[in-house]
Write a protein that binds this ligand. Structure first.
Ligand SMILES: Cc1ncc(COP(=O)(O)O)c(C=O)c1O
Length: 454
């Protein structure tokens, strides 16, 4: 058996593990359950500040373990390759209508199984290998989808990089206009993983029209903010398609989505066939049903949730700035999204700070920031407020979180002591908000069987 607490060998090398002894596997299942329970309890006591994570509502969670999990439904509602899909079709039609209602648009496809898969579907639909596609650099906050070693490389398209304004943490419009006019890509991707401010899609629209390029927006991080009216609205700014994950600021299941408004029928068809059969076979019907619930909940509670998420990010940034932390873009109010970026070189660098925070019950990630000398030594940490907002924290708690950062990173308080304070703060915020079934435990481990296996 793998020793408890071991992270193993990452699935590579050594000799093949021994065949199981009689009865051993029941113990392994118990070990897996125990480990996931420990994880759940750990997060219940922690302050999770990963900008790309969120918590699922109880009604959405329930659908993840429904019989939809066991089924296949290739194709579109009413035009499937398998029988038995009538209820799946009904739920998928609802999901598509809810998506179009939430994003005020005419086209939705809920078959991509993640944000990366949605991006691959767009690349399959709207590019040919060898073409040029406009995007931001990874060092400026872009996702690995647009890297040669990611989805761009897989499709064989080549990036044309926009110019970046590190002071304003957004695309430099005049210099980017020049680049686009000189290189003339046919597709331009807008969207980031370190996404502090809206991108100048509207400002670049004339240039894109002039060179005959389509605009594509990757809303993985900001989908829930867009839906809640708290961020730019890319489909109203000329983007042909918006791709996204559905589990970051939109607090849905891990899945993906494509959205468009007033698409030419030929483009809509290409996007649909990009999703299936292009990059999926089955599309995880349990997650699709959970997404339908999350979309309905966001129509009901999304505005309030998105507003508080951004207010919390700005409050956390201000409180950290007041404690002497180097939070990016102070002259612009630090952020207009759920995310803030903090340069932590004087506190020991991104890697060391993220680890020390985790040892103190504060979960974040190290992040490359513009101007970093080496991708191996990120100078910052990225902090996000989707999850702490979901459990009901507001501006007052953001100030308390900043206090914990100050204690650990400036005053030298021991991680154990900071972790105890973090757990004390979190103890008042362990139930879900902004959803039906609000007040349910956010980190509950659902024990379906009630006894250990074997
Ligand atoms: C901008 C952006 N696009 C796409 C993705 C990929 O999403 P997923 O993890 O759902 O594949 C991410 C993930 O964080 C992202 O930040």
């Amino acid at each position: 058996m793998v020793p408890e607490g071991s992270s193993g060998n990452r699935g590579v090398g050594g000799s093949p593990p021994a065949a199981p002894a009689p009865g051993e596997m029941a113990g392994v299942v118990a070990q897996i359950r125990r480990t996931v329970r420990i994880h759940s309890t750990r997060f219940e006591h922690a302050i999770p500040l990963i900008a790309s994570e969120n918590l699922l509502s109880p009604y959405a969670k329930e659908l993840l373990i429904s019989d939809f999990h066991s089924r296949y439904a290739e194709g579109l509602p009413g035009d499937r390759y398998y029988e038995g899909n009538e209820q799946v079709d009904q739920v998928e039609n609802l999901c598509l209508d809810l998506a179009r209602r939430l994003f005020r648009c005419t086209f939705a496809d809920v078959r991509p199984t993640s944000g990366t898969v949605a991006n691959l579907a767009v690349l399959k639909a709207l590019t040919e290998p060898g073409e040029l596609v406009g995007t931001s650099r990874l060092a400026d906050g872009a996702h690995i989808s647009s890297a040669a070693f990611g989805a761009f490389g897989l499709r064989g398209v080549k990036p044309v990089y926009y110019a970046w304004d590190p002071e304003r943490m957004t695309i430099d419009v005049p210099r980017t206009r020049e680049i686009l006019r000189a290189v003339r890509p046919k597709l331009c991707l807008f969207g980031l993983s370190l996404f502090l401010f809206p991108l100048p899609v509207d400002e670049l629209r004339g240039t894109l029209e002039e060179i005959g390029a389509r605009a594509w927006y990757d809303a993985a991080h900001v989908l829930g903010l867009i839906a809640g009216g708290e961020f730019q609205d890319p489909l109203r700014e000329g983007c042909v398609v918006m791709s996204a994950s559905t589990h970051k600021t939109l607090p849905g299941p891990q899945h993906g989505i494509l959205l468009g408004d007033g698409l030419e029928p030929e483009v809509a068809k290409r996007l649909q066939s990009g999703a299936f059969p292009g990059v999926t076979s089955n599309h995880h019907l349990n997650a699709m049903a959970a997404l339908a619930v999350s979309l309905a909940e966001h129509l009901e509670f999304g505005r309030e949730y998105a507003h508080q998420t951004v207010a919390n990010a700005r409050a956390l940034a201000q409180a950290l700035h007041d404690k002497g932390f180097d939070v990016l873009a102070p002259d612009l109010g630090f952020t207009r999204s759920h995310t803030i970026a903090v340069r932590v070189e004087k506190e020991g660098g991104g890697e060391s700070v993220a680890k020390r925070l985790a040892d103190s019950g504060i979960i974040s990630n190290k992040n490359l920031l513009p101007g970093d000398k080496s991708p191996k030594h990120p100078g910052g940490v990225r902090l996000g407020t989707p999850e702490v907002t979901r459990v009901g924290m507001k501006e007052k708690e953001m100030a308390e979180i900043a206090e914990l950062f100050d204690d650990l990173l400036h005053r030298g308080t021991a991680p154990g002591e900071v972790a105890a304070h973090a757990a004390q703060l979190k103890s008042g915020f362990t139930t879900l908000r902004y959803c039906f079934g609000a007040g349910e435990a956010a980190y509950r481990y659902y024990d379906l069987v009630g006894r250990e296996p074997g």
